[in-house]
Write a protein that binds this ligand. Structure first.
Ligand SMILES: [Ca+2]
Length: 360
């Protein structure tokens, strides 16, 4: 316990130093314009990531253009409404996927029912299609200015690429993305680090809606601007959550984590926060730039044949990576000199605990 306590204090000091460094960064660079696409349902790290993004916006480091839900859970859009309302941003355009699956949620319904909401929606059916929301928001942005971040399945990313011209833009989805989106940061993929799998791996977000993944990342009409992958095995060891118990009991992010655990909050993998944190603080010379090593360029690749073992066989969902100097895809991995799991965990958890003025 003594050692843990000491580590926690040094982590807090490191986080304070980093927050200071980030404040300097925020003063000298423009905020990152973000569209966040999230499966705010099955895992609770999406709730942590949304809180992190709203904190980064409050600190002047991000500008949240829109948030979309990428699964069909009937409570997730209402949960997103409650979270953005809690953090004082009831005006953020919100949308939701109109196709896909619902795998349930340990927290979305309770959060939607326990906390005030602003959009007047009685069910997910009342929420607009995320594709329409993204098209409208993108059409209003300067060219090459948007960072698109996905922390769930690629259903909406593929849907955006496939979208037709509309009242907001004469461009089809792919041309609109090419004109407006500077890059896509994708929490997903696995790039050959799994035992016995050679240079292939299988990850939830890029295998969940496999047709969407194939379309968005490998087809002839694939995403036309750079894609940076934040693989699951990076965020897996960046643990956050227990520090939320320092906050008031009616803090919405604390509540989401408590509902997920049904008891004391356990150190939880920060897959989604890790991708988002790097997208905002790690690109363009940000203070987190050196936390990771960037591999590539090349291309995300897929395997159509099944793979696995006697006890566990998956027909589809496998991906790899092919190096190519002309490729648009890169992925980050741990391992540079400045990579420190405790330090990154502390920095992210401080952001999850951050509240705008006037919020508990
Ligand atoms: Ca997620």
């Amino acid at each position: 316990m003594m050692i843990q306590h000491k580590n926690s204090i040094s982590a807090m000091l490191l986080a304070a130093l980093l927050l200071g460094a980030s404040a300097v960064h925020a003063q000298t660079t423009e905020p990152v314009n973000v569209i966040l696409d999230t499966d705010l349902a099955s895992d609770v790290d999406d709730a942590g990531a949304l809180a992190t993004l709203l904190a980064l916006e409050d600190l002047g480091e991000a500008n949240v253009l829109a948030v979309g839900v990428s699964v069909l859970n009937e409570w997730s859009p209402l949960c997103a409404d409650a979270i953005t309302t809690f953090y004082g941003r009831p005006d953020i355009p919100l949308g939701t996927a109109k196709s896909g699956r619902d795998d349930g949620s340990a927290y979305a319904q309770q959060i939607a029912e326990e906390f005030p909401r602003s959009r007047g929606w009685e069910s997910a059916d009342d929420a607009p299609d995320a594709i329409d929301v993204y098209r409208e928001v993108l059409s209003q942005q300067p060219d090459n200015s948007v960072t698109f971040i996905t922390i769930g399945p690629l259903t909406n990313a593929a849907g955006l690429l496939q979208s037709d011209p509309c009242e907001h833009s004469d461009l089809d989805g792919r041309d609109l993305v090419e004109q407006k989106v500077e890059r896509w940061v994708c929490m997903g993929g696995s790039f050959g680090f799994e035992r016995d799998c050679g240079r292939r791996g299988r990850e939830h977000n890029t295998s969940y809606d496999y047709e969407a993944t194939k379309y968005a990342l490998t087809g002839s009409n694939k995403w036309p601007t750079p894609v940076l992958f934040s693989p699951f095995y990076v965020g897996r060891w960046i643990k956050t959550g227990p520090g939320l118990e320092d906050l008031p009991e009616d803090n919405i992010t604390r509540r989401a984590y408590e509902l997920y655990y049904s008891d004391d909050i356990q150190p939880h993998p920060s897959y989604d926060q890790c991708a988002l944190h790097y997208a905002v603080r790690g690109l363009d010379g940000g203070p987190a730039e050196d936390y990771y090593e960037i591999k590539g360029p090349g291309w995300f690749t897929i395997f159509d044949e099944g793979y696995g073992h006697e006890d566990e066989w998956f027909e589809e969902g496998w991906n790899g990576f092919e190096y190519d100097p002309d490729g648009l895809h890169t992925y980050k991995k741990e391992g540079r000199e400045n990579y420190d799991e405790d330090l990154i965990s502390a920095e992210i958890e401080e952001l999850m605990k951050h509240n705008p003025e006037g919020v508990q």
